[in-house]
Ligand binder design. Structure first.
Ligand code: BES
Ligand code: MN
Ligand code: MN
Length: 460
């Protein structure tokens, strides 16, 4: 172990330079304009795996963006870890809100990152975290200290629904055979408070369309006499939370797993500074479902949020018009044992039932994903916990992550393998927002911790 730790120290600058090079590639999976960049990024990841010493490295084509695979099998009697990560990133818009360009990484210090943070789209989610596995692997390979078999599956469509990953996993069950899946794509509580997410929320994402009259109308001539789809849509969306911020869709909570008082107490023991949270977001008050704490609201409770809303005239100046159509994108975060297709159907039925006569509504489902809970009593969880205890000097706290990584449930279903979510980012690293960043400390802490995971897991 000392040898790989030493190797990491000696190669610090190069490890940073190589991450920077990866961050300069705008691998935005959602926007076809960037398809060539996404492919270039996949090739780069493959090249790094190959140089680090992986065998059978392949950029596997799919119906969408490619999946990078690589492996190092040293001994069939040793356990095998499958590392999953993603090299694609969220769109960087709105560009004008970035203090430095999203694809020109720069290091600046922040309140939470006094040692400096790398500002770039994808720095935390997930290039920085994913690449720490590649560099940890290199360190183990170059110092002859890889203690178990390792496989890499790095995808390029996580941020747009992982549509082609399911078929890939189904078609490659033998190749992906492993004892555990290891993912670094979540957060810790703080740099001095390590934690491990033991659950992720599911997702049901859809778009709605409300149509009134057959064309836009003069708002003076027709206003007040004809249904306005924007007014109606706003009202419909607002009606989906009651005065306690409970979601009003009938049946929505039917399958929600309620935690026991003891489990909730345990969850709320995690340190959480609501004043720092409010300060970071510049808000006067937190919001949410009555009867639950902020930790519970993001960890174990389902939600419904409008992600975007549009219609009518949004250009310069005023145009007096009663729009023919209004649209919204809506996400629902799900918890065990909700099922995304069922929730989508409940939403659709409810949305249609509350639409007044003067409009027609359509619901277009997008992607979904199932919620997961990962075990805390497994050999793999223990290895992750011991690894973090070793490098942070503190035992990590089990937490629940509010985001979604739909593939985790799919891995369990298709491969029968459980996941460990050993993330190294911070929730405040502005993932999916302008000025996303990743601590230099966090990047190297990841590289330092990962070899310990393999070491303890192989021993266990
Ligand atoms: N890495 C995130 C998920 C995440 C972030 C989990 C922080 C826990 C803590 C992932 O890249 C992500 O953004 N997932 C999407 C899923 C979607 C596009 C299907 C999400 O949660 O919105
Ligand atoms: Mn991610
Ligand atoms: Mn993401």
């Amino acid at each position: 172990m000392e040898k790989s730790t030493q190797y990491i120290l000696e190669n610090k600058q190069r490890f940073l330079d190589e991450l920077f090079e990866l961050l300069r590639i705008p691998s935005v999976s959602a926007d076809p304009k960037y398809t060539a960049d996404v492919a270039r990024c996949a090739d780069k990841v493959a090249e790094h795996l190959r140089n680090a010493g992986a065998d059978k490295v392949e950029v596997c084509p799919t119906n969408g963006h490619p999946i990078v695979y690589g492996e190092k099998l040293i001994d069939a009697s040793l356990p095998t870890v499958l590392v999953y990560g993603h090299y694609d990133v969220q769109p960087a818009d709105p560009f004008e809100l970035w203090h430095t360009p999203p694809f020109e990484p720069t290091i600046r210090t922040t309140e939470t990152h006094p040692d400096g943070a790398i500002f770039a789209r994808g720095s935390c989610d997930d290039k920085g975290q994913m690449f720490s596995h590649v560099k940890a692997f290199e360190a183990m390979m170059k110092t002859d200290s890889l203690p178990c078999n390792i496989k890499f599956m790095i995808e390029g469509e996580e941020e747009c629904g992982s549509n082609n990953l399911g078929p890939f996993v189904k078609a490659n069950k033998e190749r992906l055979k492993s004892d555990v899946i290891l993912i670094s794509d979540t957060s810790i509580i703080a740099n001095d408070t390590p934690s491990i997410d033991c659950g992720l929320r599911g997702l049901s994402y859809l778009e709605v369309e409300v149509t009134g009259s057959n064309r836009d109308l003069h708002s003076g001539v027709y206003g007040g006499a004809v249904c306005n789809p924007i007014n109606i849509l706003a009202k419909m969306i607002a009606s989906m939370h009651d005065e306690n911020n409970h979601i009003t869709i009938p049946g929505f909570y039917d399958k929600v797993q309620e935690l026991t008082a003891a489990e909730r107490d345990e969850l709320n023991k995690a340190p959480f500074d609501v004043e720092a949270y409010k300060r970071d977001l510049d808000i006067d008050e937190v919001w949410g479902e009555k009867g639950y704490t902020t930790i519970e609201r993001t960890g174990i409770r389902p939600t419904l949020d409008c992600n975007g809303i549009w219609g009518g005239y949004i250009g310069e100046g005023a145009k007096t018009v009663l729009p023919s159509k209004a649209f919204a994108k809506i996400s629902m975060r799900l918890v065990p044992n909700q099922v995304s297709d069922e929730i989508t159907m409940l939403f659709q039925k409810h949305f249609e039932s509350i639409a007044p006569k003067g409009v027609r509504v359509e619901v277009h489902p997008h992607h979904g994903g199932e919620p997961v809970v990962t075990p805390t009593d497994s050999k793999a969880y223990k290895a992750a916990s011991d690894a973090m205890t070793k490098t942070y000097g503190k035992k990590p706290i089990p937490t629940r992550g509010g985001g979604s990584i739909p593939i985790v449930a799919l891995f369990e279903k298709e491969l029968g393998v459980k996941t460990v979510l050993m993330g190294f980012g911070l929730d405040s690293d502005a993932l999916h927002s302008p000025n996303e960043h990743y601590g230099v400390f966090n990047y190297f802490k990841g590289i330092e911790t990962i070899p310990y995971f393999h070491h303890y897991f192989a021993q266990g």
